[in-house]
Write a protein that binds this ligand. Sequence first.
Ligand SMILES: Cc1ncc(COP(=O)(O)O)c(C=O)c1O
Length: 377
Amino acid sequence: MNLFDVYPLNNIEIVKASGSKVWDANGQEYLDLYGGHAVISIGHTHPHYVKRLTDQLNKVGFYSNSVLIPLQVELAEKLGKVSGKTDFQLFLCNSGAEANENALKLASFYNGRKKVIAFKGAFHGRTSLAVSATDNPKIIAPVNETDNIIFLPHNDEAALANAFAEYGNEITAVIIEGIQGVGGIKEASVSFLQKIRSLCDQYNAVYIADSVQCGYGRTGKFYSHDYAGVDADIYTMAKGMGNGFPIGGISIAPKFKPWHGMLGTTFGGNHLACAAALAVLEIIEQDNLLKNAEEVGTYLINELKQIEGIKEVRGRGLMIGIELPESLQNVKKDLLFKYKIFTGEAKPNVIRLLPALNLTKDLADQFLNDFKTALKG
Ligand SMILES: Cc1ncc(COP(=O)(O)O)c(C=O)c1O
């Protein structure tokens, strides 16, 4: 049997990882500023994480949501505390797409409506409704096509108000990333998020904050949407939540009332996943990683802004986009193959930095030096 060949792969096999470093099969060291799509939040193979998962595996790895799982309660309490939303409720699932799928479904159950407002440049995942709300026709299969999604220009308050004026009582939810990741590190403005909040209140629509990539402390606040100073109704999360162990979740405002069978999953919230997520939150709290993400991120952004030849530097904390002119298209590949640094990309020519939240200033400096040299060709 062959693998179903859907991924363009770099010819590198990672066999060892620690903190913000990984090593290939030839023993070559790399600086990891990408964390495998923003997943590594507390650093690779963090000793506390490894111990908590190993200990849990030696007790019980999995049982389904038909028995008491106190680790879920512990996780909900911890997440409520660290995210500052103690009165919210937690539903656990397995991925970012699934988190968004459940959030949209919950919104529709809540107000009985069908239409969803999403934005140009958005990426919300590849499952049915999540992919329909994703601005990329290439990955939307005919079976996922629906008239229920209204795509609006990003950060356009007038277009948003017009859409509500036109469709008002048909709109179930507005879904928005605090900072678009796949879309090229584009931040939703404070006033735009505030406008979403007030229009959702006015029309009884649900404000869904897709925090799958920009959340979990990456920008210096637990949810980047919180820079706007207003609460969303549902926050969706995954990526950094398990530091590589698959887990996703939605944090749900108190006004949503559950009923048995409303949402569900076989694997979501299993013992191992909860142990991984708890280990991550414990390290985030203990090592003050939100502060580190904010400080090292601000340092990197400010330093990058001084460098000549860059089109634009965008982002917040450790979610950074460096847009380069077309003439510097080779830089991303050079960083990986010449300078041994993993970064991400987005179109048109944007390098994405999504490192672990405990990236040190020394490693940030190492990147800056190599990046400056790489720009010279
Ligand atoms: C903002 C956002 N939402 C949702 C997803 C989907 O997450 P997953 O790949 O875990 O399904 C992603 C993945 O890149 C994302 O960046």
